[in-house]
Design a protein around this ligand. Structure first.
Ligand code: GSH
Length: 200
């Protein structure tokens, strides 16, 4: 299998963490691509021209990180990172994972907008997305996060979203307002799958 990724893509990082957590390093080859340059090998696998994309051994392909992560979860006997279908916590976990994905979307949108030339950039759009991020971090800070609890897909997403903001949008300086969330992030970030994939 081949996982097409870009080193700083938060969505691709979710899949890279899954590969490590599920012990799939020998089965999944990482292919580093720059999606904005439309490399033909990526377009062949993912018509959306985005990363992550997963090329399966049977020649079929999967796109979109939530689906790729769920597929990778099925590939080994290591503990599942997704809530069971009959679990009472299922939609709490999937809801928090979706919120984390939404924070990534808002943050990536801010970054792309801020790279536009002055006459094309919309400060209103950037402010709208930054406000969405600030409100979402407040919501995340109220979740019962425990760095010692078993890892799940929501926790992976939240770590990655917060790291991406620290990396690309440091002026949002969320740590000073949310000290407990920052302490949780620092503790859980020592986990090898998260430490090894952190943006630097
Ligand atoms: N919803 C998608 C988002 C993927 C995405 O936007 N990836 C970015 C990199 S961070 C990308 O490849 N952008 C290139 C493009 O969209 O043309 C997912 O969860 O996989």
């Amino acid at each position: 299998m081949q996982l097409f990724f870009a080193p700083f893509s938060p969505y691709a990082r979710k899949c890279r963490v899954m590969v490590i957590e599920k012990g799939l390093e020998k089965r999944v080859e990482l292919v580093n691509v720059a999606p904005m340059e439309n490399p033909p090998e990526l377009l062949e696998v993912n018509p959306l021209a985005s990363v992550p994309a997963l090329l399966l051994d049977n020649g079929k392909a999967l796109c979109e990180s939530p689906v790729i992560c769920e597929y990778l979860d099925t590939l080994s006997d290591k503990p599942s990172l997704f809530p069971a279908f009959n679990s009472s916590k299922r939609f709490e976990v999937l809801g928090a994972a979706a919120l984390a994905d939404g924070v990534m979307d808002a943050a990536v949108s801010c970054v792309l907008e801020s790279r536009k030339p002055d006459d094309k950039r919309s400060p209103e759009w950037i402010a709208r997305k930054e406000n969405a991020i600030r409100r979402s971090i407040k919501t995340i800070a109220r979740l019962p996060l425990d760095a010692k609890a078993p890892l799940d897909i929501a926790t992976i997403g939240i770590v990655i979203a917060l790291d991406y903001i620290g990396f690309r949008l440091p002026h949002l300086a969320w740590r000073s307002e949310h000290a407990a969330l920052a302490a949780w992030l620092d503790e859980i970030s020592q986990r090898p799958s998260l430490a090894d994939t952190a943006p630097r």
